[in-house]
Design a protein around this ligand. Structure first.
Ligand SMILES: Cc1ncc(C[n+]2csc(CCOP(=O)(O)OP(=O)(O)O)c2C)c(N)n1
Ligand code: SF4
Ligand SMILES: [Mg+2]
Length: 271
């Protein structure tokens, strides 16, 4: 395990202050993600939070099947791989066996909202005391960009080459709003990571969720609007604009439910 003491900054001259360094809980390895992909950034934020809370040896993550299938290669914590869609069921078992550990799942929209929707809803309905980090990039990234339950109306994917027709395929599923209806959910929020402000808010949300888990308030779900520049056929910059111009219209950003305010409508104050 890499600790603060073992992190070296060999390239930093002695008279420089270190303004930023890689979180100790994030492995010092190259990631396989495409340039500009949000997965790597969110891995880093998660591990910064683990560092700041000092819970590296008390945290257990559950990795999904999807582009983030190798999350366990990047996060220097205990991790368990789950079959596609089954992360919440695996996390339930881990948390029930080891209630003192901090347990989170990290899942894409194909994994969570398609094949895994049953496990997800039942785990949240039972109020399992876990954190679900839900990466919504509107496509099945790993398998070359098929339509996901969260694909926007009219959005072209490899399985909706003429654009998603909502009469035929239904409307995008608003997972955060859906799970907020369940009594077992405690903290539900949707965030973005395509701006400095969004990154800060997402990190705050992750910090809060781990704090709530300590207090055993029920299931926390953080939906993060990710991106998939490769399958969206966009540059990272175009993908970032697409989030601002299209994604957040369908998926409004902000807290939807907190343990203090169970039916919070998104307002400018809580965005
Ligand atoms: C049981 C099973 N069904 C289907 C697959 C194929 N598969 C692998 S990843 C994936 C979708 C991943 O999409 P998502 O969860 O949105 O993650 P992303 O790659 O977009 O981050 C699918 C269908 C599989 N591996 N296992
Ligand atoms: S295919 Fe998409 S989700 Fe997967 S690593 Fe590349 S940009 Fe990220
Ligand atoms: Mg996806």
């Amino acid at each position: 395990m890499q600790t603060d003491e073992t992190v070296t900054h060999a390239c930093v001259p002695d008279d420089y202050d270190v303004a930023y360094h890689r979180p100790a809980a994030l492995m010092d390895v190259n990631m396989h993600y495409c340039p500009g992909c949000a997965h790597s950034l969110v891995h880093k934020l998660l591990m910064e939070v683990v560092d700041e809370l000092g819970i590296q040896d008390q945290t257990i993550g559950v990795a999904p099947v999807g582009c983030s299938v190798f999350a366990y290669e990047y996060m220097d914590i205990d991790m368990q791989e789950a079959a596609h869609g089954r992360a919440c069921a695996v996390a339930t078992a881990i948390k029930r066996l080891m209630p003192d550990k901090f347990v989170f799942t990290y899942q894409g929209d194909g994994d969570l909202a398609a094949i895994g929707i049953a496990e997800t809803l039942h785990a949240i309905n039972r109020g399992e005391n876990i954190l679900i980090v839900f990466m919504n990039n509107a496509v099945y990234g790993m398998t070359s960009g098929q339509m996901a339950p969260t694909t926007l109306p009219g959005m072209k994917t490899t399985t909706s080459p003429f654009g998603r027709d909502t009469k035929f395929y239904g409307a995008p599923m608003k997972i955060a709003e859906l799970v907020a209806q369940l009594p077992g959910s405690s903290y539900v929020t949707r965030q973005v990571v395509n701006s400095a402000h969004g990154v800060r808010k997402t990190k705050q949300a992750l910090l809060k969720a781990f704090e709530w888990q300590k207090q055993n308030t029920g299931t926390c779900l953080i939906e993060i609007i990710g991106n998939c520049p490769s399958n969206w056929r966009m540059t990272p910059l175009e993908a970032s604009r697409f989030i601002d111009e299209e994604m957040v219209k369908a998926f409004p950003v902000g807290d939807i439910k907190t343990p203090d305010q169970p039916s919070l409508e998104p307002t400018p104050e809580n965005l």
